[in-house]
Write a protein that binds this ligand. Structure first.
Ligand code: PEP
Length: 245
């Protein structure tokens, strides 16, 4: 049985006042689904202990050293984080991160005892060229180190063209990619592990479309950007996940 997961990515949004939103989210987190919020690094410490799981949005591949402005996986863990998002398309684009960087960060996160929420997804041009599954397959092979388990890895499918745009793939498109990711994980890590890794959909999830998305095969939850900032939007998404089969 895979436990459902509602994950929020606050990106570069939020100061201490935003932590008040966690109160209502913590109430909703009393259901079956796990609830994870990944706030900016400045808020990780203060966000811990408020009734939801807390994660980082990135970490460095090395444990310490001369890397001004970066934070290590061990620092996130020390601050109370349990998870870290890696390979988000905004990091891949803004910071020129490639699969080999993501893979190294993933190893560092596992060494520190963090669960990795590994993002993959195609651009609109790649989808229109019918390269979606090749792109996703390449990202999974390149970004995930050997030794993944259902406890250490969550995969988030986030089509780049759906992030923050209000555009959502059809349910068939989501199902096709999630089934593909599941089969790739089973092939590489064995059926038991492959079946135990949770797969999240991300890209313009909101209260009005959450239930439909959660009904798609191999969708175990969501990675939510904009609609995770306010409890008024995120709580109905958590509720929809708790109500899903
Ligand atoms: C994201 O960036 O992870 C994301 C899914 O954003 P949004 O929900 O705003 O599309």
């Amino acid at each position: 049985m895979r436990r459902k997961l509602a994950a929020g990515n606050w990106k570069m949004n939020g100061t201490k006042a935003a932590l008040a939103e966690l109160d209502a989210m913590a109430e909703a987190a009393k259901g079956d689904a796990e609830v994870l919020i990944c706030p900016p690094a400045t808020l990780v410490d203060a966000a811990c202990g408020k009734g939801v799981l807390i994660g980082g949005q990135d970490c460095h591949a090395e444990a310490s050293g001369a890397h001004t402005g970066d934070i290590s996986a061990a620092m996130l863990k020390d601050a109370g984080a349990t998870h870290v998002i890696l390979g988000h398309s905004e990091r891949r684009m803004d910071h020129d991160e490639h699969d080999e960087h993501v893979r190294a960060k993933c190893k560092a996160a596992w060494d520190a005892g963090l669960v990795v929420v590994l993002c993959c997804g195609e651009s609109l041009a790649q989808r229109e060229a019918q390269n979606t599954l090749d792109i996703i397959g390449g990202q999974l092979a390149g970004s995930i180190p050997d030794g993944a388990t259902g406890h250490s890895l969550v995969v988030a499918y986030e089509p780049i063209w759906a992030i923050g745009t209000g555009k959502v793939p059809t349910m068939d498109q989501i199902g096709e990619v999630h089934d593909f990711i599941r089969s790739r994980l089973e092939k590489r890590f064995g059926e038991g592990v492959g079946r135990s890794v949770r797969l999240l959909y991300g890209g313009s999830v909101k209260p009005s479309n959450a239930a439909e998305i959660f009904a798609v095969s191999n969708v175990d939850g969501a990675l939510v950007g904009g609609a995770s900032l306010k409890a008024a939007d995120f709580v109905p998404i958590i509720d929809a996940l708790n109500a899903s089969a």
